[in-house]
Design a protein around this ligand. Sequence first.
Ligand code: ATP
Length: 263
Amino acid sequence: MPTLTFDAAGVTVDTPHGPKVVLEPTTLELTERRVAVVGANGSGKSTLARLVNGLVTATTGRVLVDGVDVSKDPSRVRRRVGFVFTDPAAQVVMPTCVEDVELSLRRHVKGASARRARAIEVLAGFGLTDLADTSVHALSGGQRQMLALAGVLAVEPAVVVADEPTTLLDLANTHLVGDVLLGLDQQLLLVTHDLELARRCDRVLVIEDGRVRYDGAPAAAVDDYVASVAPRFDAPSTGSPGQTGAEGVKSWGEELHRAARRP
Ligand SMILES: Nc1ncnc2c1ncn2[C@@H]1O[C@H](COP(=O)(O)OP(=O)(O)OP(=O)(O)O)[C@@H](O)[C@H]1O
């Protein structure tokens, strides 16, 4: 697997009210195949993920992909790191599905007919063969996210960074896209509010207020996150009548899970 290195990497941005620390200096070495990043809205998850392909630049420290400094050689890093956005509209730009995948392949496959053949192969791998000539505007949200994934994976990146890729999808498409992402051979850095997806990863980072609050095995990390949020829910401290304290916390956890799934 590739190695994603955060070497005291932090991000501070200028705001009208002065400098704001979005991500405190963070040191991590990520070598697992599937790493999830969970945490509250605005905690700094996207910032951490975007550092990996240079969409955000570290203002302190460094981020390296297999030893290559993202800020020194961004184009080399971008060839190795594919990025999947929450909203596929951010990356599906051509009129039809096959043309969209061809666009991804423009630097990788020479010749229009070879490129078309490869694009059709890629679409087939995502179950999109029948939609090759369909307008991208006619796709469902799930189909559009699959097309975005196809475009990213067509060029065989070593790392896939996905920033809340299932947030806009219904339950069935969340499972579909989640299964595809978690089944990839590539290294996956997955920012998600879907705690079931996070639990299926190999390592989970919990981000809180711009710092890594917990880093470890999925079950323990998700439990830590749920426990950190549960007291903020407006629920009776002893749970509903007849509930044990543990059941009360569990129902908060379930509420959190439902809340996290809402767009
Ligand atoms: N360039 C910027 N200028 C000002 N504030 C910023 C900038 N980039 C990020 N922030 C702020 O930093 C915080 C962290 O943002 P980030 O997008 O990383 O959070 P997040 O955990 O991904 O949130 P969400 O789950 O809502 O997507 C937010 O409060 C955001 O508004």
